[in-house]
Design a protein around this ligand. Structure first.
Ligand code: UFG
Length: 330
């Protein structure tokens, strides 16, 4: 029996594939390589290049693989891009889920672990955010993922496909040996941009807004190491295999760091100046996102290993130093 990882060539997907292989799982990867990198996929996984929306391609994969469970990372995930091109998100993300659930049902595959997001909550009314809080997305990316959660809820009722939706907060870091890491084109995320400035690949960092209702005026986010996130997916698979019912879990550290605090921590880790300019707010950015993640700790037995921002940044810096041009250097 194999675990089918959709989007296994992406940042979080490739780290999860790597961890699954290390723990003895038989793994197959589907990725259309639009944002993923073939070099990021662990060589012990079987790779099928294609698109989740292509039902014939997906049927062919399910025919070749004896799939016991699916982990679904294959989605676009850039908030500002989704504000510019919402339909791109509803097509790839939401419609992609329709096709996937249909094929899973045809092949009687009953377990799916899904990459959801804190962006499904929108601007929270209370901090920390609990799984039961209202989901009112403020951008099409979050809306597309909320729709995907909703589809899984009804597919569970109709076909008995059990799901775990993992609502990520901000993901950072890399495998500590520096062999795989974060490589987006274009890069829009804070920490990789900060480290590109530290590495001399960019001149400076623009901080989007210093007039938010936070102690230093910059946005606050909750960061989790990518390996801890990978671990949560494997625990979620086990949770479904034990016959538990469908559920959603926040994955965060329950601690917030402002954008300026991230820059300061990165200055300390890298020893570089990292010049900063202040820029206007970015559309669709909530002020503060911090997770209540005790549900994942209690019900999945999730115990994140990285609880220190500088240790997370160190692993990301190791990747950036070894691969200043990302996977082009491999
Ligand atoms: N930021 C800057 N300058 C930059 C890039 C980012 O100031 O050049 C700021 C953003 O405005 C935001 C913070 O850094 O305040 C974090 O931004 P990211 O783009 O790194 O991450 P987001 O919080 O926008 O989004 C991430 C994931 C989403 C997920 C969200 C949920 O990319 O998929 O976290 O918390 F939905």
């Amino acid at each position: 029996m194999s675990i089918l990882v959709l989007g296994g060539a992406g940042y979080i997907g490739s780290h999860t594939v790597d961890q699954l292989i290390q723990r003895g799982y038989d793994v197959a990867v589907v990725d259309n390589l639009v944002t993923g990198h073939k070099a990021a996929i662990n060589a012990n996984a079987r790779f099928y290049e294609g698109d989740v929306r292509d039902r014939e391609f997906m049927r062919n994969v399910f025919q070749q693989e004896d799939v016991s469970g699916v982990i679904h990372f294959a989605a676009f995930s850039i908030v500002p891009e989704s504000m510019q091109s919402p339909l791109k998100y509803f097509d790839n993300n939401t419609y992609g889920m329709t096709a996937l659930l249909e094929v899973m049902n045809e092949f009687n595959v009953k377990h799916i672990v899904f990459s959801s997001t804190a962006a499904t909550y929108g601007e929270p009314k209370t901090i920390p955010i609990k799984e039961s809080d209202p989901q009112v997305p403020t951008n099409p990316y979050g809306e597309s993922k909320l729709m995907m959660e909703t589809m899984m809820k009804w597919a569970d009722k109709a076909y008995g496909i059990k799901f775990v939706a993992l609502r990520y907060f901000n993901v950072a870091g890399a495998k500590p040996d520096g062999s795989i890491g974060e490589d987006h084109h274009p890069e829009t995320h804070l920490l990789p941009i900060v480290l590109q400035v530290a590495a001399g690949k960019r001149d400076q960092l623009a901080i989007f807004g210093d007039d938010y209702d936070t102690p230093d005026g910059t946005n606050i986010r909750d960061y989790v190491h990518v390996l801890d996130l990978a671990d949560a997916h494997i625990l979620a698979l086990g949770y479904l295999e034990q016959g538990n019912s469908s559920s959603a879990f926040n994955l965060g550290s329950s601690t917030g760091f402002s954008n300026m605090e991230i820059v300061k921590a990165a200055r300390k880790v890298t020893g570089k100046a990292i010049p900063v300019t202040m820029a206007p707010r970015r559309a669709g950015d909530p002020s503060t996102l911090i997770a209540a993640s005790d549900k994942a700790r209690e019900m999945l037995g999730w115990t994140p290993e990285y609880d220190n921002m500088e240790a997370i940044i160190e692993t990301a810096w190791n990747w950036h130093l070894n691969h200043p041009n990302g996977y082009a250097d491999r």
